[in-house]
Design a protein around this ligand. Structure first.
Ligand SMILES: [Zn+2]
Length: 323
């Protein structure tokens, strides 16, 4: 029969799709633990960046135990976070996604850095499950190669949540200046064209990875639907991983209670906690986005726009759409 495998619910999708708040909500469900963007835990451990709880990762009550266990158990050599970051650079770049999808689990050992990284990542998920006591680990890394890797991890029961948001709203969000709370620099910014090309590529990759893992283990959710129907959407996501939470972290249908979390990386929103946050669509783009930026985002994302139910024509300058 084997033991109970750790369930991992991996959120895939292009940045600024609303994963931080969804991740915080899912992390509050009974039996769930959210890691934030787990891919970056080793890099942030090295750079002593804070966990969502405010402590550096090696002082956080959860992560200090998790990383100590994973690094120590590698045996005589004594594994360093820098080694793992190096394996990520060799094996886990975006361009490696197709190769990861084709890789046979039985032949993983032929690619040494990838095999080492898969082993560490499997142990990391299992250590988080054991130490947090959670049945489901939510990883909002969002990157396609990490999603493609899940299939190759021993002892992991993987599920993929594909999060989609209107590419015009996403492009607008990437153009805003935003400070980062865990380092002095601002968050990266992308032009409307770059954001939309990435939106298209990451969503195509997400579709292929969902198809590979199968319909019973994957789910696509639009951020707009999560905001419109948060309770129903969260219940659907929980049922994907076989959970029926008794309580959902909403004060009412439009307000979520954010709590302290242990997300190791992600959007600055992960540091918001202890207060109610209204769930509403940020529709600033509908009135403030430059026409050229909006047209660019619509044109580039056109191949998937209708598939996700987004209209090509959008409101301009707050006016009603032309009939
Ligand atoms: Zn923490």
């Amino acid at each position: 029969m084997g033991g109970v495998r750790t369930k991992v619910l991996y959120i895939i999708g292009w940045g600024r799709s609303g994963s931080t708040i969804l991740d915080n909500v899912l992390g509050q469900l009974d039996g769930f633990f959210s890691t934030g963007e787990m891919h970056y835990v080793w890099d942030h451990l090295e750079r002593r960046r804070p966990c969502g709880c405010g402590q550096p990762i090696d002082r956080c009550p959860v992560w200090s135990r998790v990383v100590a266990e994973v690094l120590d158990r590698d045996g005589r050599r004594g594994l360093e976070a820098a080694d793992i970051v190096r394996w990520q650079r060799i094996s886990m770049r975006l361009r490696h996604t197709p190769r990861l999808m084709r890789r046979e689990p039985a032949r993983l050992a032929e690619d040494a850095p990838l095999a080492l990284y898969a082993n560490v990542t499997s142990r990391l998920y299992n250590a988080i499950g054991r130490i947090s006591g959670a049945r489901v680990i939510v990883d909002s890394t969002k990157r396609p190669p990490d999603a493609a890797l899940l299939r190759l991890l021993p002892g992991i029961d993987a599920y993929i949540l594909h999060l989609i948001r209107d590419p015009r709203a996403v492009a607008h969000s990437w153009q805003r200046r935003r400070p980062q709370l865990d380092r002095p620099t601002e968050m990266d910014r992308y032009s409307s064209f770059s954001s939309s090309i990435n939106w298209l590529a990451w969503n195509v990759a997400a579709e292929l990875i969902c198809r590979q893992i199968g319909r019973e283990k994957s789910l696509s959710v639009r951020y707009e639907d999560f905001v419109a129907q948060p309770l129903e959407t969260v219940a659907r996501i929980a049922s994907l991983v076989g959970e029926r939470p008794a309580r959902l972290p909403f004060i009412d249908r439009a307000t979520v209670q954010l709590v302290a979390n242990h997300s190791v990386a992600g959007n600055p929103g992960r540091f918001r906690s202890g207060r109610p946050v209204p769930l509403r669509l940020d529709s600033e783009w509908e009135t403030r986005q430059r026409l050229l930026d909006r047209a660019t985002a619509s044109a580039v994302s056109l191949p998937l726009l209708a598939r996700y139910g987004y209209r090509l024509r959008t409101r301009l300058g707050g006016r009603a759409p032309a009939q």
